[in-house]
Design a protein around this ligand. Structure first.
Ligand SMILES: Cc1cc2nc3c(=O)[nH]c(=O)nc-3n(C[C@H](O)[C@H](O)[C@H](O)COP(=O)(O)O)c2cc1C
Length: 190
């Protein structure tokens, strides 16, 4: 697995800023699981908080609820088929890592594994869970963050292969961000 640099917890918010699909990994009683999650929302800088909406039917809902931990792993576009498998097959029906061809790796502060194939990993501890509708909002504190330098240097390098995030359009449609833009201060109006 390529070395990933440890970052500040608040870098998690920049990692999530473009709204990429994530793979939420959990572990309960030695059973690892991974589900695709795109309903992910930054909630605060200090402490650094993230919300994830998870339907109660998901095995990941049970695992994250019981262990109060999960990791958000950020895949790049080359993992699209594996991501889709994680988003259409339940861990109730077998080992999802095997089904999707993904590799678990030890996390640093939680039992839930990293998904080594991803370029960034956000380890989280669950603080609260609220039901507003058919999904439950898990509010989690970011514990520790790692990312691959060539993919993320404080901002995603969306014009490089390493930084090709995957965005879900719905159903079996995905897209990538191909271009970055930057505001020129001279063009800004008072
Ligand atoms: C791209 C994508 C994103 C998804 N995002 C979410 C999400 O944010 N929340 C959710 O509850 N389900 C989401 N799903 C559906 C779950 O990933 C899916 O039901 C999965 O099979 C649950 O796996 P599990 O039962 O092993 O936890 C998504 C599916 C796809 C394909």
């Amino acid at each position: 697995m390529p070395t990933k640099r440890r970052l500040e917890p608040r870098d998690a918010l920049r990692l999530l800023a473009p709204g990429p699909v994530t793979l939420l990994s959990t572990m309960y009683r030695d059973q690892p699981n991974a589900m695709a999650a795109s309903w992910v929302l930054p909630l605060g800088f200090e402490p650094t908080l993230i919300g994830v909406a998870i339907h109660p039917s998901r095995l990941s809902h049970e695992f994250a609820g019981k262990t109060e931990q999960f990791a958000l792993n950020i895949p790049t576009a080359d993992l699209m088929t594996a991501v889709h498998t994680c988003g259409t097959v339940s861990g109730n029906d077998g080992d999802k890592f095997a089904a999707a061809g993904l590799t678990p790796a030890e996390a640093t502060e939680i039992e839930a594994p990293w998904i080594a194939d991803c370029v960034a990993h956000i380890e989280c501890g669950v603080l609260d869970r609220r039901s507003w509708g058919d999904h439950d909002l898990f509010v989690a504190r970011v514990l520790v963050v790692h990312a691959l330098d060539e993919a993320f240097d404080g901002f995603w390098n969306v014009e490089t292969d390493a930084g090709q995030l995957l965005h879900h359009l719905g159903a079996d449609r995905y897209a990538g961000l191909g271009r970055a833009y930057r505001v020129n201060p001279e063009d800004e109006r008072e």
